[in-house]
Write a protein that binds this ligand. Sequence first.
Ligand SMILES: Cc1cc2nc3c(=O)[nH]c(=O)nc-3n(C[C@H](O)[C@H](O)[C@H](O)COP(=O)(O)OP(=O)(O)OC[C@H]3O[C@@H](n4cnc5c(N)ncnc54)[C@H](O)[C@@H]3O)c2cc1C
Length: 586
Amino acid sequence: MEIIKTDIAIVGAGGAGLRAAIALAEADPKLRIALISKVYPMRSHTCAAEGGAAGVIKSDDSMALHFGDTVGGGDWLSDQDAVEYFIHEAPKELTQLEHWGCPWSREPDGSVAVRPFGGMKIKRTWFAADKSGFHILHTLFQTSLKYPSIQRFDEYYATDLLVEDGHCQGLTALEIRSGQMKQFQARAVIIAGGGGGRMFPFTTNGAVKTGDGMALAYRAGVPLKDMEFVQYHPTGLPNNGILLTEGCRGEGGVLFNKDGRRYLQDYGMGPETPIGQPVLKTMELGPRDRVSQAFWHEQKKGNTVSTPWGDCVLLDMRHLGEKKIDERLPLVRDLCISYLGKDPVKEPIPIRPVVHYMMGGIHTNIKAATPLPGLFAAGECACVSINGANRLGSNSLTELLVFGKRAALSAIEHVQSGLSASKDAALTGQAQASETRIGTLMKKSAGTETIAGLRKEMMETMETNVGIYRTGSELATACDKISELRQRYAHIALHDKTHVYNTDLMQALELGSMLDCAEAVTVGARDRKESRGAHQRLDFTERDDVNLLKHTLAYYHPTEPPRLDYLDVVITQSQPGVRDYSGAKK
Ligand SMILES: Cc1cc2nc3c(=O)[nH]c(=O)nc-3n(C[C@H](O)[C@H](O)[C@H](O)COP(=O)(O)OP(=O)(O)OC[C@H]3O[C@@H](n4cnc5c(N)ncnc54)[C@H](O)[C@@H]3O)c2cc1C
């Protein structure tokens, strides 16, 4: 097996991975950086982000307000030291992107424009029309091309970490084009592998989001944190889950039920606000968890609209007018017309909540370091945790930048600490074990299970039992089922035996990642007997700060469900309080 020696290996070339690579290259041009990605960088999910990135920039805003919105929005499960670091770094990172050429939308006076976003008291979301992620990723990608020390390994699928002498020293990856395994020896590894929303059938997430990065760390003994917190975005197209950004409501779009009522006023997000003049942090600008939960109640009450794609509510943007929609939401208009045959300039758009984002992920500290020395993580795959029990829209893109850079700086510190590398033979032994694992999977043609069959059962289990509202018995069913699917996974059949672009093999590996992550989600959710943020239990309806103001840590076991442990939340300035989106003056 070919050995590629590098200083720092990064798994993932989305927003977090590219930001980390640039920070490494800037800090020390002599560092050898391997940037490994299963797809070309521009196909990473960051490219699909629409609405924008949050950071304090205007004079009516403040760090204290961004802090308060984020911690309250996260239902006090966020680590407040991490949030403090995040909000202070955020404007610097967004300005840095501007200097690298990101075409942020402008106010008429030429200053950077900001738009309102859900759960935020003040307009603070920087945006580039409704293609913010596309422009951010392009900016990062182009900037990365300046640095010869960043060596890209596009279409390489990372399969296992190499851990020797108690620290992470590289990884194995499959070169998808040739089917050959490669061994990357590195003095530090940064995982920036993105989320895993594809374990659910109805999601905004691109097909690449299969939780591989999380599974890599998890299987190497690093705990996954707070995996039970899965975000539903309230406004997805009902036929395919494509996202209509929160920017639609930020710009003034409103939500109606079948009777034409702006129903959010009935769920603690009232009073009704004037149409066309969005009022911050209330009604349509409530946080995602609450707005998605309101849909669930409307559906139970029979207040939703029946459509060929299931029950929906209506997102009305007509009053914004064609000019504004074309200027601020051109992609949204295009998506509605292309995928649903409806023009938001002319008619309301049926929408329903859709799985969007994972608050949980690889357990890291505020320096983006995991408990495994030499291993760092950033972006959606990591849980640092700034998002707590519910992420506020537009905090994620900024998080990629802030903690992508932080992971790079920490990795450099680690490399400079001078830990000696293990002998080639020890690492090669491990790499060969990884090669054998993939080889065994490839030989499985007599298996009784199909990849598609298991994946379908997994998705149905997650959708039916681990949705917006959950119960103990449904979660117990989900745990049993996912555990059973993990066992049946040992019997899958792979029919494609070729080595070149073997998508059968890729899908088998991705399914393995999703099943491991799904089990951490279900077991964590079953044992969290409270309702907090995106985790709502019909059998435990209250938040329990006495017993559960804690992070869940799930530890991997190859054949058994994960062992759970708990970790105190870091509180620096804000004690848990009431999340108030009623618009009442205090
Ligand atoms: C439709 C949509 C719109 C969004 N809009 C916004 C928004 O407006 N504002 C906001 O703040 N957030 C938004 N989000 C969330 C945000 O975009 C994501 O959380 C973020 O982009 C994730 O970035 P990342 O760098 O962590 O991962 P990604 O961009 O998903 O990149 C993951 C990388 O990991 C690589 N990878 C994964 N597994 C492997 C493996 N096994 N081997 C090698 N490489 C691997 C992939 O190739 C990829 O390069 C949106 C999300 C979606 C889905």
